[in-house]
Structure formats: C-alpha cells, structure tokens
Write a protein that binds this ligand. Structure first.
Ligand code: CMC
Length: 428
C-alpha cells in the first residue's frame, strides 16, 4: 500500500507510511514521528491502539472471534493436535514432522531434571505462599543454575535454553502444588508423554501407583493448547519487553508469570471460581451479582467476562464450555457451580449493560470448573494457565530476539511539577 497517513500539528503536515498486515490490518508507521516533528509523541495508556511489534505468531480478530496460531485455527488445533505439536508450531513456525517432533520431545526429556538444590529454595517458602509467586521465583532462579542460558547469540544456544525450560517447567509446576500439599517432590517419568507426565508428577501419591485417566489427559492437553498463545497480551508483552534488554529467557518468563498472576489477566480463572463459590454460598442469587457488576460505585466485576480484543465472543470460551460439559460428564462429577456459571452467562448475554459493552465470557470463565473437576486446587489454576502459555511466551521472546528488536522503552507525557528550588528540611 503506498497510501500515507497525514498528521497536522500546529498547521504543519507530516506524512507517515501505512503498513498492511497479512490479514489486511492497517497500521500507521510512526517510527519517525519524534524526529520529524521535533519531539511529538503519541499517548495511549493501556496500549489500546498501539502495535508494539510486527509478529507472525498468532492472529486474532476480536470482531469475528477468530484465533489462529501460525495460520491454523484454534478449533482445529484443539481438536486434532497435541500440546507439544502446538508448542513446536508456535515456537518454530511450522507443524513438526514426526521426526522433528520426536527430537523435540527427546531433547525436552533430556533436560527435565531440575537441580536438587532448587528444593532448598522451595523449602524456604511458607506453605501459605501463592504458587504463582513460587513459580515465578523458581523460574528466575533457574538462571543462577544455568548462567550460560542468558547468552543466546547463536540459534543453537537459543534452542538449548528453550528445551531446557520446556523440560524443567512442568517439574516446577508440580513441585509448587506438592509443596503446598506437603507431598514429596518427585521427578517425572520419561516413558510418558508431556501432559501425562505433568499429571503424574502432580498427583502421584507416594504410597500408591498412579493410574492415568485418558479423560484428564485429553482435557488438560486441550486446555493447554487453548492457552498456548494470545499475541501481545499483558504477559507476552512483559516477556518481550524484559527480553528486549537482553535479559535471559528464564527471567523474561519469570516476569511474564508475574504479569499473568493478576486477576485482570490469568489470575481471572482463580477469581472466577472464587466468585462462583461466593454466589453459591450466598444462596445462588446471580441477579444480585449482576447488579453489583453494573454498579459503578462497586469495584466488583463479573470475573471471566470481557476482553480487550474479543468484542463478539472468545472462541476459546466456546470450546472450553463444551469441554466442561464433556469432562464433568465423563468423570461423573456434578458441580452446582457449572449451573451457576451457565445461569450467569445466560443473564449477562441478555443484559443491556453487557450487550452495550460487548462483554462475553472469556477463556477463564469455564476453565476453572474443569480444573476443579480434575482435582486441581484453586490456587493452582493460574499456574496451569502459565504451563499452557509457556510455548507462547517462548515464541514471542524468540521472535523478538530473532528480529533484533530494540530495547522496549516507551515515552511519557510529563505532568508533574516544573523546576522547583530545593529547600532544606528546616525550611519546609
Ligand atoms: N464486569 C463488569 N463490567 C465490565 C467488565 C466486567 N467483567 N469488564 C469490562 N466492564 C465494563 C467497564 O466497567 C467499562 O464500562 P464503562 O465503559 O461504563 O466504563 C467497559 O466495560 C469497558 O471495560 P474496560 O475495563 O475499559 O475494558 P478493557 O479492555 O480495559 O478490560 C478486561 C478488559 C478483560 C481487563 C475487563 O473486561 C475485565 O476486567 N474483565 C474481568 C477480568 C477477566 O475476566 N480477565 C480475563 C481476561 S481473558 C484472559 C486473559 O487475558 O488472561
């Protein structure tokens, strides 16, 4: 496209190129705005209108409810692929051949041992610690055990760091949960697939054999795929911006985990379940909570509703809602919380406040119900989100490094005091 955008500032016109993405999205390229105009910047809190990078990993169309990883639809991937295939696709750009997948899996297993000294770090945390805080700390701590992983100037070094974290992360996830439950911290079983192994590491009792349940394996596989990437969201942007200073992969991921923890982002899955529980305890009066959500003087929000980008429906939520019915049915679990969730959804979809603001259930609305049916404690829900998001964060970090993006460093519009003369304390 040779068209340009014209900006007029104080009577002077400036032209900027229009860029078009592969799905015809249009962006004004303002890279030269400051230098052309002598210092003018754009202001966009929350980056609602700002593209922070060019990316070829994930495409989403919020109006049409489309989500694709590297061009493949989320519906098809959730149905036909497994989590490691999707991880490979996200990170390296193409679906793997059997040979490539076997090598990727073997390399991950080769790196699945976690230094035993990490246990000492876990031991220092109180049992009451939130597992997201523990996971973020342990992921950052891995850098101390593998200092060379920071230097990723070759593709080979980058690959090593990637398979290392893909191998060790599920162990850390399982350990975060087991520590909280007072269970011994065990290692995985290399004979198992990635997802089977995670489940065994989480749930195996020391005094009993662990029996795999294919329903749980399938459900977790699907949930991890649905969470695997979501373009430039809060945590992915955090990973990219941390990594842009050339901090290593593990600390970049640790900062992404911290960003994910918040209840407006990944922490919403825990918040949804707590909200549904509170509604149940309160007699199941969904109308009362709908009114609270609409009351501008009440900070309460309907957790699991709304999305910065999806303004029609979240395709992941549709898949998860169906999966919740199937998993609970297969496991023979009857959970009154599922009925409350469905009731709340029905009411919200007919409510003018929610219709006007285009607020629909998001990925987190039903996922907690499945996690709970699987026996995963509520505080672990966001950790499970992190496990799924790991390949997405890695892909975003790798793309940022491969494209040699500059350090992320936004500008600001300063609104503080102008120059003031310093007064010594006796004169204040
Ligand atoms: N309940 C009640 N009102 C809401 C909600 C909600 N869940 N979400 C947005 N609104 C209202 C908001 O008050 C505002 O109203 P008004 O225009 O009258 O001031 C309007 O809708 C627009 O909201 P916003 O906060 O400007 O929208 P945003 O794009 O900045 O925020 C969001 C998106 C996801 C943070 C927000 O919808 C929210 O807080 N949802 C609840 C938390 C949640 O479920 N988060 C998970 C997101 S999906 C998974 C992930 O990202 O990890």
């Amino acid at each position: 496209m040779s068209e340009k955008a014209t900006i007029e500032i104080k009577g002077k016109k400036y032209e900027f190129p229009l860029l078009v993405g592969s799905e015809n999205e249009v962006a004004i390229d303002i890279k030269t705005l400051r230098s052309d105009t002598g210092g003018v910047i754009t202001l966009d809190p929350g980056y609602k209108n700002t593209g922070s990078c060019e990316s070829s990993i994930t495409f989403l169309d919020g109006e049409k409810g489309i989500l694709r990883y590297r061009g493949y639809s989320i519906e098809e991937l959730a149905e036909k692929a497994d989590f490691l295939e999707v991880a490979y696709l996200l990170i390296f750009g193409e679906l793997p051949t059997q040979e490539q997948l076997d090598k990727f899996e073997a390399d991950i297993k080769e790196n699945s041992l976690v230094d035993d000294d990490i246990r000492k770090i876990i031991d220092a945390f109180p049992k009451s610690a939130h597992p997201m805080g523990v996971l973020s700390s342990l992921t950052a701590a891995l850098t101390a055990f593998y200092p060379r992983s920071v230097d990723v100037t070759s593709e080979e070094a980058m690959y090593k760091s990637i398979v290392r974290i893909m191998g060790k992360f599920p162990v850390l996830v399982a350990w975060c949960m087991r520590k909280k439950q007072g269970l011994p911290l065990d290692y995985g079983d290399d004979n198992l697939g990635y997802v089977e192994n995670v489940l065994k590491m989480m749930f195996k009792n020391p005094n009993r054999d662990y029996e795999q349940n294919p329903v749980l394996i399938d459900a977790l596989d699907k949930l991890l795929i649905l969470h695997a990437d979501h373009e430039q969201n809060c945590s992915a942007s955090t990973v990219r911006i941390t990594g842009s200073s050339h901090a290593g992969l593990f600390v970049s991921l640790a900062s992404g985990i911290s960003a994910l923890w918040g209840p407006l982002h990944g922490g919403a899955n825990q918040a949804v379940l707590e909200m549904l529980e509170a509604i149940k305890e309160d007699g199941g009066d969904t109308k009362k909570y709908m009114a609270k959500a609409k009351d501008k003087n009440d900070p309460f929000r309907l957790m699991g509703f709304g999305h910065r980008v999806y303004k029609n429906f979240d395709p992941r939520a549709r898949i998860i809602k169906k999966a919740a019915d199937e998993v609970l049915g297969d496991l023979g679990v009857e959970d009154p919380i599922l009925d409350i969730a469905k009731g709340l959804e029905k009411e919200a979809l007919q409510d003018q406040y929610f219709v006007d603001r285009k607020l629909y259930p998001n990925v987190d609305f039903y996922s907690g119900i499945i996690y709970r049916a699987m026996g995963i404690p509520v505080e672990m829900f966001t950790v499970m989100f992190a496990l799924g998001r790991l390949p997405g964060w890695i892909a975003q970090w790798r793309e940022m490094r491969m494209r040699k993006e500059p350090i992320g460093r936004p500008r600001q519009l300063y609104t503080g005091a102008t120059y003031r003369e310093f007064k010594t304390i006796d004169k204040r």
